[in-house]
Design a protein around this ligand. Sequence first.
Ligand code: DHE
Length: 584
Amino acid sequence: MNIRRPKLKPLLLAGVAVALVFSAQVVPAQEKPADHKDAASAAYQPSMTTLGQLQVEIPGRKAGDPVMTPSEYQNANTIYFERCAGCHGVLRKGATGKALTADITRKLGYEHLRDFITYGSPAGMPNWGSSGSLTEDEVDMMARYLLLDPAAPPEFGMPEMRASWKVIVAPENRPTEKMNDWDIDNLFSVTLRDSGEIALIDGSTYEIKTIIETGYAVHISRISASGRYLFVIGRDAKVVMIDLWMDVPGPVAEIKIGTEARSVETSKFKGYEDKYAIAGAYWPPQFVIMDGDTLEPLRIESTRGMIYDEQIYHPEPRVAAILSSHYKPEFLVNVKETGKIMMVDYSDIQSLKITEINAERFLHDGGLDSTQRYFLTAANARNKIVVVDTKESKLVSIVDTEGQTPHPGRGANIIHPTYGPVWATSHLGDDTVALIGTDPEGHPEYAWKMVQQLYALGGGSLFVKSHPGSEHLYVDATLNPDAETSGSVAVFNVSDLAQEEPEYTVLPIVEWANIAEGQPRVVQGEFNQAGDEIWFSVWNAADKESAIVVVDDKTLELKHVIKDPRLITPTGKFNVYNTRADVY
Ligand code: DHE
């Protein structure tokens, strides 16, 4: 069932893809407000849904303030956190969207705000009113709400963390050796996003070994360096620690590290294996270093501070990706709005040393090169990849990807026939894949340059993937508005990349899954430990059938389809070995 397609015309497609991405109808899979489900671009803007549940009071009134009842203010605040805060910031100080603090909104005035919310703007503000997402009354309410001071959600410091912290099975009561006969290194932890669970699936038999309850709108899994402990974080900032040595693996500790969060990681440097865990929050803007055995919170650090270039204070810079260095006892913490990468030395938690690297604003996701020395991470709204040397704790380069909104996941490492070791990222806003040279020793002329641009299926790509044992580079197009495109994956043969216009093979993953209802999307390839098969999630709405499709990496043929009523909205998949050893 493989179809070969010629290279697509880059300029034309890039334009088409962007236009489509911003007008797309997509699968209503996530627990998000309706409008964040309807447009692909909006579907990928953070919804601060947990913050939206908070009870708030109207801040002190000033002369001339519009009249709002407490319940109107509460409703408006919920709408704001769920739909607006992802771009305009929790405190309305601006992020990718404009600042909306009361000094600014009062100058703009009620009518301006009402019309802006109703009709949107070409710069990306959705037309909430004219699209029917908000009623006329709601638009009026939001315009009045914006004229008042924002309601700051509560902080979440040590007392709150400790109050939420539970050691379910104390370390002394845990097994001293592996009690099950599971092949742990080839286990997959699969995010079941809308059911707030993960599935642990055997990488050889495809059997769902167990399902474990985790956080709300569960997001990612990371594994301790030894491979024993699995850490999962939900958007509600709940971290759950699972012991894979137990007879039936289950949670041994949990904690909430804030109100909204996306990232968790563990210490991997030699001598510190399994010693610490770290999690980063969107709100409050902070990260916390925890004990690797119990999740006891040890040290909380705020990320509030100056934006790297303007040197203006930002009160709520969110923590995006966190990565563990293999070269030093350091965590790399991406601080989104200030554009800084904090290299946090965990060798002495008491006297914490942090090297702050000025990088670029809107840092999001990223991963290591094949030597694991360099961290390549996307400043996505700036169309840049930042390269950091984890050995020297220094900025190496900032590379323009010439695409729109790079979104690498952890990226993919391949050996290019011409350029040597390169790292790849695809883009949300167009069909391009950027290949960046990563070998300053062997191929210095190509290092930290975009050496080639490939054209894959279309815009809306979220993840690329390869494996040291694979000859292929896989590119999804999850948020593309076209059902056939978002249901397929493009595969480049690495040896073909020397050609001027490399072709790719299209794998019709959704067709292979044979799902009758809904418009499922294919998301995030993940290899098994051996690197001879790759798994893709077929992500359908929560009330519809989803699946995981397993592809033979050598033949690019369908190998297996995992289906089970318990597989509700599967998205990210994390092979234990590949995740702990950073193989991608
Ligand atoms: Fe993610 C990684 C944030 C929406 C699936 N996502 C990340 C990381 C961040 C992030 C900061 C890097 C974590 C790290 O490495 O430490 N994600 C966000 C958002 O803010 C955003 C855009 C909107 C939101 O409201 O959360 C968002 N993410 C999604 C999805 O809708 C996805 C596709 C489905 C889902 O399960 O939620 C999704 N994100 C993922 C996955 C990874 C991820 C699978 C890890 C990829 C990897 O290979 O490591």
